[in-house]
Ligand binder design. Structure first.
Ligand SMILES: Cc1ncc(CN)c(N)n1
Length: 224
């Protein structure tokens, strides 16, 4: 069995929890409170700035030019395609450039992005890919699920989000990362696979926490 198939099977309960989160469900139903989405967009923009750096680290750790090139194009598509969606949403949701630039990351945004960067900087290329994969894979899965709901892709506010993450182009990027992880894990001892599974599980858990943080608009518990 490929390592990605093992991960997919073993982590079904938490994947389902992500799909069933009220933020995701209400986005699909078109009933999500706009203030929650606005909060999410700002936090996600901050998150993606750090996330994009993982692709630069991936290019550094890659051992061949082809893999370096793929990481470079993932970096480009995150900065110039995925984050363009956020910039368009910023206009739609009245988020000024200044607000976006001065926004502070929530504790969950900080914890999630710093965990990934820590793994990416200190671990192997397989560790880095295990850390970044739930982000791409789970969004693609959620995008595809939501796109099956009649009318969801045409929703005035949430349709663009669903179209971006259910798209063939986004899916291709996720597939490349899945295949790379399978390639990098071929023949690895069980002890090493367990460590990678733990990393993948941690960022999958962070995905859930990110939905929850956005739904509750959760910042630090004190204002100081
Ligand atoms: C928190 C989060 N996870 C995943 C993605 C998809 N790149 C995202 N934009 N934000």
């Amino acid at each position: 069995m490929k390592f990605s198939e093992r991960l997919y099977q073993e982590l079904q309960p938490i994947w389902q929890a992500n799909h069933n989160h009220p933020f995701v469900q209400e986005m699909g139903a078109g009933t999500l409170d706009k203030e929650k989405f606005r909060f999410y967009m700002i936090q996600d923009y901050l998150y993606l700035i750090d996330y994009a750096k993982l692709f630069a680290l991936g290019a550094m750790k890659a051992s061949d030019v082809k893999t370096m090139g793929r990481f470079a194009s993932l970096l480009n598509s995150t900065l110039n395609e995925e984050m363009s969606l956020h910039r368009e949403y910023a206009v739609k949701f009245d988020i000024s450039e200044e607000e976006l630039e001065n926004a502070s990351p929530s504790p969950t945004t900080l914890a999630y992005s710093h965990y990934m960067l820590h793994v990416g900087q200190n671990g192997t290329l397989a560790d880095l890919v295990a850390a970044l994969l739930p982000c791409m894979w789970s969004y693609w899965e959620i995008g595809k699920e939501l796109s099956k709901i009649p009318g969801a892709s045409d929703h005035e506010f949430y349709g663009e989000w669903i179209n971006m993450y259910s798209s063939e182009e986004f899916g291709q990027l996720a597939i490349w990362c899945i295949e790379l992880l399978d390639e990098l894990t071929l023949g690895l001892p069980e002890k090493e696979l367990k460590k990678l599974e733990e990393i993948f599980l941690n960022t999958t858990r962070f995905e859930y926490m990110f939905w929850d943080m956005a739904y509750n608009q959760a910042m630090w518990p004190t204002n100081e």
